[in-house]
Ligand binder design. Structure first.
Ligand SMILES: [Zn+2]
Length: 263
């Protein structure tokens, strides 16, 4: 399931004439490691197959991503890789997973507004990618956070093992934030790590409760579109600050219970 990116080992040693060891970049590493760890704790990961990436602060042509072969629960700040869009690992040991590289590099190259992109096969949202019709029904308040923000890739095409698949995915995403990849999983795209985490977490919760409601066998009761739109607007207003606090909260939990994520 997890494929090694076919980059030349010579390229893997590319070093730039700029420091990638600033405080700001380190904090981004720590934040991303925290998200990977908490995602593992909540069962949002799948083995060694899923990937989170974030643009390197101050370097819009570089991104941080988890390394191939490491489960989310093993992630540490220093274990994360910094890659360029051509497939070179410019900092860190190891290589990214191949589909991680092709999807994230092309997405972040084609959609500069995306500061962080989290891809998972988290079970509840993925289950909704496997059924007919629109994945989310606007019947629960948590789901309304995503009203008007969802794109659906209807054309499952096997694994993303070249640039064209990453480009196709970026095009389907368009100006939306959440991509349901039919028969596969989800991609959450956000301006920064905190907002990607916040959306990933609540997306899975919205999917979970929707599946529970669907499992009742009774008809779901969507809210009226104008109410959904207004609730979505209200939530979006508070989202950046709420997401920042959410990330700070998971970092406090991990600081106490698994502080080695900061290593
Ligand atoms: Zn996947």
């Amino acid at each position: 399931m997890a494929h090694e990116l076919n980059v030349s080992k010579a390229n893997a040693a590319v070093r730039r004439n700029v420091s990638l060891e600033t405080d700001e970049i380190w904090q981004a590493r720590v934040d991303l490691a925290a998200c990977l760890r908490m995602a593992a704790r909540l069962g949002l990961e799948e083995g060694i197959c899923n990937h989170f990436s974030a643009v390197v602060p101050g370097h819009p042509d570089l991104f941080i991503v988890n390394r191939l072969g490491w489960a989310f629960q093993e992630a540490t700040a220093s274990s994360l890789l910094i890659c360029d869009f051509e497939g070179n690992v410019v900092a860190g040991d190891g290589v990214p997973e191949a589909t991680a590289f092709y999807i994230h590099a092309r997405l972040q190259k084609m959609a500069p507004r995306v500061g962080a992109a989290f891809h998972t096969h988290m079970p509840n949202a993925t289950a909704l990618s496997m059924v007919e019709g629109e994945p989310l029904v606007w019947a629960g308040q948590t789901a309304l956070k995503f009203y008007g923000r969802v794109a659906v890739d209807e054309n499952y095409n096997g694994l993303a093992l070249d640039e064209s698949e990453g480009d196709r995915i970026a095009a389907v995403l368009g100006d939306k934030d959440i991509l349901f990849m039919k028969n596969h999983g989800v991609m959450v795209c956000a301006p920064n790590i905190a907002e990607a985490w916040d959306d990933l977490y609540y997306l899975e919760r919205a999917a979970e409760v929707q599946l529970k409601a669907m499992g009742s066998g009774r008809k779901l009761l969507p809210v009226l579109p104008h109410v959904a739109a207004e609730a979505a607007r209200q939530m979006r207003e508070g989202d950046p600050e709420s997401a920042r606090m959410h990330l700070a909260s998971i970092r406090r939990v991990l600081d106490r219970e698994a502080p080695d994520y900061r290593d």
